[in-house]
Design a protein around this ligand. Structure first.
Ligand SMILES: Nc1ncnc2c1ncn2[C@@H]1O[C@H](COP(=O)(O)OP(=O)(O)OP(=O)(O)O)[C@@H](O)[C@H]1O
Length: 807
């Protein structure tokens, strides 16, 4: 043991010694650079002061007897003559600047890249200035120097005088843009702030003038005023009147009421001298104080307006309604004969079963007509309900549904399909005033009800949607209708889709809007997910996103995404603390049965978690399945999906699985559906949107300026790869291991959340890194709520540690 200790001490001592030598030589070098720079600068200044006195002497540098006037002697005179007159003129001052700057930068250990950048721009400015000064060669040759003059002539030969001036102006613009980062927007903002400041000052001056006028108004000399200091709970003084002559001091404590506090914003002191008989006295008014965050926010809002999340794509154009196909007549054609015929048949059938009708009324919908019957008094409703099949048989129509009684009305409804159904076009529902003026977070125009009204629902309120139906009954069209609705109403900044499409063909068209509307895992190719492992990763990643969002909400002290975004828009949340505008995320899973069959619990668990918790933070799920059997739509999923859509299914059992009641088996297909949000069922004809229409819309959006990438979800490292072992195997380490170690050592705080923030990692990866750091002996073991201790004191020791490890 002792031996080992000795070994480590000697090994530790060696690098410390090395570093001290290194530090010393660096210090000497930096001092040398700065002194050289100063010397050059002095010799240049001296050159301009002593004028041409030394010009004829510099040639005889070797002759000790010739006197020179330069402050830095012959060498100074020689350097100044060479670099200024024979060189770059006054631009040569950039040379000592480079020396001094580099020296100072090196002293403070500023990264080399930054020093190089500085030197580059200085050399660039040196040449430009020198060429520009070349224009004055005839009157003042020392301004541009020989090199500046020659280069200037060269450009003039090729570009002419005007061309050279234009070129130099362009270079000046480049300098302002890239060197001084003076963008036009910054410039505008500066002018704006200057303007508003001027206005404010003007106002304040006016106010002050009024005060002084009133205070200097009295003609009779005032008696000597005492110094009055009003102190507000240690806040700056509110008013202070000073007289030259000594006077007693009266101090008053004054409470500031909350309302006063709100009024005040910023401390400003105005002083005004007033001459009275007794002498000058100064009035200092201290105005406007704090209410930190709120007022800062309102100031920001005042100066820059509310935060606009759409700003980055401010020129984004929503798709036009013309992109959607017009399927002929928007209205429904009422076939009187058909109506009459059906009515008679219903009345006759019911008569056969001894059910008398008091009244019958028909409401014609796009695909189905509803006959509302008011039975004679004394007729039992269950009797009619039981005759459902017989009535259907006598009407010889598929898809008869009897609603007995119609909720909210004392009538019985019989829905009979129309002989010639009308297509409900997406165009008609998107263009409807109901959808256009919908004040909803995520409005969806699903189609038209039986009374031909546009049926609009809010996905945010659902808050998740389950869609089921046998194959070919309109599920895919339904999904497209949902997505299209959102594309027509929501800006790319406001909503993002996560699309899971195991069939690989249904949602492919949405690839075109990847950088506008889609979200994906970092480093994954296509945004549309088609394979199962990726689905599991994405779902877990969404869970992480959910947790992160909850943290943000907690920090912002709000309850849901709407309030959070409101607060963010009002600039009351600081982006530097990780706050950002949160878009809604809509997860669409097609062929859910397929997923459950292959991935089972791995999919069900995150889905259930998201379904239970994600509503408040703006993640909404839409799940579609062909096979609505109980092992697919399990109890836990059903419980969290109160909003359900059933297209036609083949059996009553399937209908029960989806809707908890029958009915879906009696639908007629082709977009005929039942919608429920927990209570009654609504029969809706789904809006029809064809593939070419979706193609046009996505093309329209896709051809516009987009974000640099799809919306990136947090990284998720699968369970399989996160096998946490405390083996200190260097080859198995995360690629960010070293960076993580440095981050932890610099902060002297061993926490995964620190790594998450600094290295922008997902929780799992950060956790894994911490485990590896523990295994390596860089951080201590887990200590409950406290951060782990860091076992390496600084970066030098860490460097040494890594070197040791290599050996
Ligand atoms: N709302 C609608 N209005 C009119 N016709 C429709 C409607 N929805 C679907 N259809 C018709 O039904 C056909 C099948 O629809 P869709 O492709 O949506 O079925 P699906 O349920 O997704 O089938 P699968 O599960 O096999 O993919 C469509 O090609 C279309 O002709």
């Amino acid at each position: 043991m002792k031996k080992e200790n000795k070994k480590t001490t000697s090994k530790k001592a060696a690098p410390q010694h090395e570093t001290s030598i290194l530090k010393n030589s660096r210090f000497i070098f930096t001092i040398l650079l700065v002194i050289t720079g100063i010397a050059l600068a002095l010799s240049f200044i001296s050159y301009f002061i002593t004028g041409t006195a030394d010009q004829s002497n510099v040639d005889v540098l070797s002759n000790r007897n010739i006197p020179v006037s330069n402050w830095l002697g012959k060498v100074g005179a020689y350097l100044a003559q060479t670099l200024i007159f024979n060189g770059f003129g006054i631009a040569a001052f950039f040379i000592p600047k480079i020396f001094i700057h580099t020296g100072i930068f090196a002293f403070f250990g500023i990264p080399k890249a930054r020093i190089k950048k500085c030197v580059f721009w200085d050399l660039f400015s040196l040449l430009t200035l020198s060429i520009a000064m070349g224009f004055f060669w005839n009157s003042h040759p020392e301004l541009g120097g020989v090199i500046g003059y020659e280069m200037n002539l060269f450009f003039q030969d090729y570009l002419g005088t005007i061309g050279t001036i234009l070129l130099l102006s362009f270079i000046l613009v480049l300098l302002l843009l890239f060197r001084f980062k003076l963008s036009p927007t910054k410039f505008r903002n500066k002018i704006h702030t200057l303007n508003s400041n001027l206005k404010k000052d003007g106002k304040e001056e006016n106010e002050l003038n009024t005060t002084t006028e009133t205070s200097s108004a009295p003609t009779t000399p005032k008696p000597i005023q005492p110094i009055i200091k009003t102190v507000e709970n240690k806040e700056p003084q509110v008013s202070k009147i000073e007289v030259e002559k000594a006077a007693p001091i009266v101090e008053q404590k004054q409470e500031i009421t909350p309302s006063q506090k709100e009024e005040t914003q910023q401390t400003r002191v105005h002083s005004e001298k007033i001459t009275s008989n007794e002498g000058d006295f100064v009035i200092e008014t201290v105005k406007e104080e704090i209410t930190v965050e709120e007022n800062l926010a309102s100031r920001l809002v005042q100066d820059f307006g509310e935060f606009d999340p759409t700003l980055e794509l401010s020129n984004y154009q929503f798709p036009t309604i013309e992109l959607l196909k017009d399927y002929g007549s928007a209205g429904i054609t009422i076939n009187q004969e058909e109506l009459e015929e059906n009515k008679n048949r219903i009345v006759d059938t019911l008569k056969n079963y001894k059910i008398d009708i008091a009244q019958i009324k028909a409401t014609v919908g796009p695909t189905v007509t509803l006959y509302e019957i008011v039975p004679e008094a004394g007729v039992r409703i269950s009797k009619i309900k039981n005759l459902e099949d017989d009535i259907a048989l006598s009407l010889s129509a598929l898809g008869i549904r009897i609603i007995a009684p119609i909720p909210g009305k004392g009538t019985i409804g019989i829905e009979v399909p129309n002989n010639n159904p009308t297509i409900v076009s997406m165009r008609s529902v998107v263009g409807s005033p109901k959808f256009q003026s919908a004040e909803m977070e995520l409005p969806i125009a699903l189609g038209k009800t039986i009374s031909n009204e546009t049926f609009v629902v809010d996905l945010a309120k659902m808050p998740h949607l389950l869609m089921a139906g046998a194959t070919g009954q309109g599920k895919s069209v339904g999904l497209n209708a949902v997505l299209t609705s959102l594309l027509y109403k929501k800006h790319p900044a406001e909503v993002k889709f996560v699309l899971v499409d195991p069939k690989k063909v249904e949602l492919t068209l949405f690839n075109k809007i990847e950088r506008h509307y889609l979200a994906k895992l970092p480093d994954s190719g296509d945004a549309i997910i088609t394979d199962n492992t990726k689905v599991i990763h994405t779902l877990n990643s969404l869970c992480i996103e959910m947790d992160n969002r909850y943290d943000l909400l907690k920090d912002a002290m709000v309850r849901n995404i709407k309030e959070y975004n409101e607060k963010f828009k009002q600039r009351r949340l600081n982006p530097e603390n990780g706050h950002k505008f949160l878009p809604y995320i809509v997860l669409v899973v097609d062929e859910f049965a397929d997923l459950i069959m292959t991935a089972g619990k791995e999919v069900e668990t995150p889905i259930a978690r998201l379904a239970q918790l994600a509503r408040a933070i703006g993640i909404h799920l839409i799940i579609a399945t062909q096979r609505p059997s109980v092992n697919v739509i399990t109890g836990i999923i059903k419980a969290n999906f109160p909003a359900r859509i059933a297209f036609r299914v083949t059996s009553k059992i399937d209908s029960r699985t989806i809707l908890d009641s029958q009915g879906a088996d009696q639908l007629i297909g082709r977009g005929d559906m039942l919608y429920t949000q927990g209570n009654e069922l609504v029969r809706v004809q789904c809006a029809f949107v064809d593939t070419p229409e979706v193609d046009l819309i996505t093309e329209f959006i896709g051809s516009q300026k987009a974000y640099p990438d799809a919306y990136l979800l947090p990284e998720y490292v699968g369970e399989d790869s996160s096998g946490i072992s405390l083996d200190n195997d260097i080859s198995e380490r995360d690629s960010l291991f070293r960076e993580a170690a440095e981050t932890i050592v610099i902060a002297q705080q061993g926490s995964a959340s620190l790594l998450q923030r600094k290295l922008k990692l997902g929780y799992n990866r950060a956790g894994r890194l911490i485990d590896q750091l523990e295994a390596a002996g860089i951080v201590g073991p887990f200590e409950g709520s406290k951060a782990r201790s860091v076992l390496i004191p600084d970066l030098v020791a860490l460097d040494y540690f890594f070197k040791e490890e290599q050996n």
